[in-house]
Ligand binder design. Structure first.
Ligand SMILES: [Fe+2]
Ligand SMILES: [Fe+2]
Length: 290
């Protein structure tokens, strides 16, 4: 094993050990459900809670997708998603979903079980190890973009919650959740850097192709969900600074995949996907007011 590989493996193992020891799933008993101005809060951020709750709960489906797409994952990946990621994220989802129900909303409509045919094809191809590495690279890139989006979105939501003087919620819900996201991002970043260095030219070419064709904002799998994400962007103030948000969530992806395109700040498919979400939200708003 090359020294670089060994270092990545050791660093990943230590990282997962640390996350497991220092970040148990948030204790439901620690949550203070007090909301000072529930009507105002729901009107402004209710739909944001719903989107985040759904995406966090759908981690159960993401794990099924992973097992389909990567039939033979490295042990460290399996440990991360089974012992750290899934328990933490599903708890985030439960808490946010209960919060929105406390505010009088319907619980999130999370899809916990359907697996698309594209993933089944990737899974079948994944029996060939060289191809499984391509799928694994896509998984790490998706993980990085998703977790970085989560960190930024929770920071913005936290600002809004503080601005509305909902101290209990900020302190016992949003802050504890947002503290757990950077550890997930770090796992994917370490994994992505390690694997990218090992891929052959054709594998890198295929990763670029697949990523260009399939990039989507987290949880935005159909037109309605794209519009929902566009609304979330609007409420959190991301739309106004869309290029910067896109740049931040794809910083390492740009560095690894597009190093040959000197000066490229952000892959065009990332910006296009966020713009599309904004357009879906605008179209739905226009239709509703017509
Ligand atoms: Fe989360
Ligand atoms: Fe996360």
């Amino acid at each position: 094993m090359a020294e670089g590989t060994l270092t990545t493996a050791v660093r990943l193992a230590r990282h997962v050990d640390r996350l497991e020891a220092e970040h148990p799933p948030i204790d439901l008993e620690s949550v203070d459900w007090t909301v000072g101005r529930p009507v105002e809060f729901e009107a402004r951020f209710g739909h944001v809670l719903d989107y985040m709750a759904r995406v966090e709960l759908e981690v159960d489906r993401n794990v099924l997708e992973l097992m389909t797409m990567l039939p033979d994952p490295p042990e460290i990946d399996r440990r991360f998603y089974a012992d750290v990621w899934q328990p933490q994220e599903t708890r985030h989802g439960l808490i946010l979903d209960r919060l929105q129900v406390e505010l009088g909303r319907e619980p999130a409509d999370a899809d916990l079980s359907s697996i698309g045919s594209k993933l089944k094809i990737l899974g079948a191809l994944g029996r060939w190890p060289a191809f499984q590495d391509v799928s694994r690279m896509i998984y790490y890139l998706t993980g990085m973009a998703t977790e970085r989006s989560a960190v930024l979105a929770y920071n913005l939501l936290h600002d809004g919650v503080i601005e509305m003087r909902e101290g209990a919620m900020a302190e016992t819900i949003i802050a504890p959740i947002k503290r757990q996201e950077p550890g997930h991002y770090a796992f994917y970043q370490l994994s992505a850097r390690g694997l990218w260095a090992e891929l052959a030219g054709w594998q890198k070419w295929l990763v670029r192709k697949l990523r260009t064709l399939s990039f989507a904002p987290v949880g935005a799998n159909n037109d309605r969900q794209k519009a929902d994400f566009g609304e979330l962007m609007e409420t959190l103030g991301i739309t106004a600074d869309l290029d910067d948000f896109a740049r931040q969530i794809s910083r390492v992806e740009t560095e690894l995949l597009w190093a040959q395109k000197r000066g490229l700040k952000v892959p065009p498919y990332v910006v296009a996907a966020f713009r599309e979400a904004v357009q879906h939200a605008e179209a739905r708003r226009a239709a509703a007011s017509a």
